[in-house]
Design a protein around this ligand. Structure first.
Ligand code: ASP
Length: 365
């Protein structure tokens, strides 16, 4: 599938506070509400949490008024549980930002936590020459509940999106802010479905920590090299799969996946530093797939560390077969990068080259 164009007819822009939006000299922040627990309510009939039209953000979080910023909102209609996110919705978010880019100093995306790391990774690749913050956040408890984590997450995300030094944004990259920590979006993984500290980034340091002050770790913040007009690349190819290796993986099953018609890319989640069983059928399948032009990217199942093909005998055959090392990329960063690169009309060798290189700081070089 290639995703190119979108409809905006279902988006609504609401000045959340017309009084402050009149002042064009103020710092301006656009909040894009896509859905997620932060704006959910419990349905009395079923007891399940479902997204609602959350268009009263400043009413729910009146503290935002104290910033004296011009805050506006765009809401997705319908609001989504992020399990329903997909590439065409990533494009919708990206084009909303593009359309409003010159009128705002920073962007905050309210998003469900379940797939937030995928969206953050995808967005990071889509934007070229980004020089403003895009901060994704959400919450584990709806914003209307007493012990919600949503208020702090939203308030600090807005503050970070507005933060500048010498008239330039302090964090001009796609990030996730959650539970007092700011992470590079494409280095982040959802690690807990119950704790307020739902995210972490094992292979890359936090970009900021919010305590009494917000402490930015400036040396780790990504700054784009080519300054120019913002560009948004909107094409993804979803003819991809993630295969997680496990002891006992069966030849028939593995072979069947590799023979899916139209399959173009595989993220292979391997053991440890990139290892797989040394059985002949597996090596044979992988060699044939690579020969057919399927791009295979090797990432580790471990939360930390990286792939070093050739360190053990159990990864040497992958290296010889032409499998690409995903080094220390997360699964989320890897699959979205593969979909993104496959969508760009590049040659097989260009895709392999870019997979192993940093596009937006998602991989250590
Ligand atoms: N299922 C929700 C979602 O991802 C969970 C959350 O927001 O925390 O939309």
């Amino acid at each position: 599938m290639r995703v190119k164009c979108l409809e905006f007819d279902k988006l609504q822009t609401n000045p959340t506070n017309p009084m402050i939006s009149e002042n064009i000299n103020k710092t301006s922040i656009l909040i894009i509400y896509t859905g997620g627990t932060i704006g959910m309510v419990q349905r009395p009939e079923t007891g399940t949490l479902a997204p609602v039209k959350f268009d009263q953000i400043l009413k729910e979080v009146p503290e935002l008024n104290k910033f004296n910023y011009n805050i506006q909102t765009v809401i997705f209609n319908p609001a989504l549980d992020s399990s329903n996110m997909n590439p065409s919705l990533w494009v919708k978010i990206a084009l909303t930002i593009k359309k409003n880019y010159n009128n705002f100093d920073g962007f905050v995306i309210l998003h469900g936590t379940d797939t937030m790391a995928y969206t953050a990774s995808a967005l990071s690749y889509m934007f070229e020459n980004l020089d403003k913050p895009i901060i994704l956040t959400g919450s584990q408890l709806p914003i209307g509940t007493i012990r919600t984590d949503g208020k702090e997450n939203l308030i600090t995300s807005v503050e970070i999106a507005a933060a500048k030094e010498a008239a330039k944004s302090k964090v001009p990259e796609v990030c996730i802010y959650f539970d007092f920590k700011l992470y590079r979006g494409n280095r982040t993984v959802k690690r807990d479905s119950e704790q307020f500290s739902a995210f972490h980034s094992v292979n890359y340091p936090e970009l900021a920590v919010a305590g009494v002050d917000i402490r930015f770790n400036s040396e780790f913040i990504y700054h784009t090299e080519n300054k120019g007009i913002l560009k948004v690349n909107t094409r993804f190819d979803d003819n991809v799969v993630i295969i997680k290796m496990f002891p006992g993986i069966n030849e028939k099953v593995f072979k069947a996946i590799l023979e899916i018609p139209g399959l173009k890319g595989i993220v292979l989640e391997t053991f440890g530093s990139g290892n797989v069983p040394t059985v002949q059928w597996l090596t044979g399948c992988i060699k044939r797939a690579v020969k057919k032009g399927i791009v295979i990217l090797n990432i580790t199942q471990c939360e930390g560390g990286r792939v070093i093909m050739g360190q053990y005998e159990t990864s040497l055959e992958l290296l010889n077969a032409g499998v690409v090392s995903g080094n220390d990329m997360t699964s989320e960063a890897a699959i979205t990068k593969l979909m993104f690169l496959l969508g760009q009309g590049l040659s097989n060798s260009e895709i392999k080259m870019y997979l192993n290189k940093s596009l937006r700081g998602e991989i250590s070089e």
